[in-house]
Design a protein around this ligand. Sequence first.
Ligand code: CA
Length: 408
Amino acid sequence: MTRTWLGGAANEPDHPFGVSTLPYGVVVTGGQPQPAVRIGDSALLLRPATEALLPEHAGLFAGGNLDAFLAAGHDSWVDVRTAVTGWLTDDAHRELLEPLLIPLAGLPAVLPFSVADYVDFYASEHHARNVGQIFRPDSDSLLPNWKHLPVGYHGRAGTVVVSGADVRRPRGQRKGAEGVEFGPSKSLDIEAEVGFVVGVGSSQGRPAPITDFTRHVFGVVLLNDWSARDIQAWEYVPLGPFLGKSFATSISAWITPLAALETARAPAVPREPAPLPYLDDTGDSWNLDLSIEVRLNGELISRPPFAAMYWTGAQMMAHMTVNGASLRTGDLFGSGTVSGPERDQRGSLLELSWGGSQPFTLSDGFARSYLADGDEVVMTATAPGPEGARIGIAEVRGRITSALDGTG
Ligand code: CA
């Protein structure tokens, strides 16, 4: 395994942020947000590092976020990753770089890029079938379009928040036994998802094909698509999710680049019927073998397997541009809830409690179907890396605070 001169955990083979991962984020030092790359439990400041060692790319890190780097494109992404890997593994750079390393413990997290458009898909067959059985027990669990296209909707980019931000319980309308009610959501849920971050945009009118996935998409984050099931159930027909989803979406503070996930690529799941040509990924699947873990108040409640997804991120990108819609730097698209075939692989409380009919009990003895005020949810993920290493996708963490008072 490739080793870094950093001491500590970064060289342990099962550390998810060893020298094979190197995700990008933003840290605040001296009151200033600065682009950084994560190694172990430290952040390397990229502006001073590139000014000293890679001056032709220093301009990409002069701002307070990763936007310029994302927009710079694939060749620049390769140049920087290659350079950073060399710096961290060659002892010759130690003296220069050590002062630019900052311990992550206690540092506030910052949203690493400006979120442009946010799209959310529904690409897990296990999740879609579970939800179909819970909400429509008397009809076919999959709707007729589901195996022909990655179903999705446009969400609210302005309420994407970084890991660690509290999430206030939303209020809204729901259908009660006596009629329409208004108040704090009584069925606040999580959705364990993988988010894809677009670096290079595309031109309006020109679809972005599957084969251009790595030209447009920079990397992945974990995404918790908080969902108020009672608000959602009342509002969603006929136009889909709206206020039940738009109050907050949490993402990791660090973006793991696709370049770190080559060893995590997995064969596509069998698909029947065969997808249309623009969705055909035969021989070039971007299915990813990510093992996700979901913890509620510290207890492991689910281990959703991303490799069980029906549609891949590359197919989602191809589908959302096939009509001529363009991509922009900073676009974020979520996979939809990741659920596997087993009970303990379900990525939402809706599924884990089977629509509230099977509450589960944590070690605090408190039975619940959905989130209580004060609950904290943490999602993490790892993937197989080179030479036995593990690749990490940074955690996404969020805690529920109580709803605003009042009814108006
Ligand atoms: Ca979702």
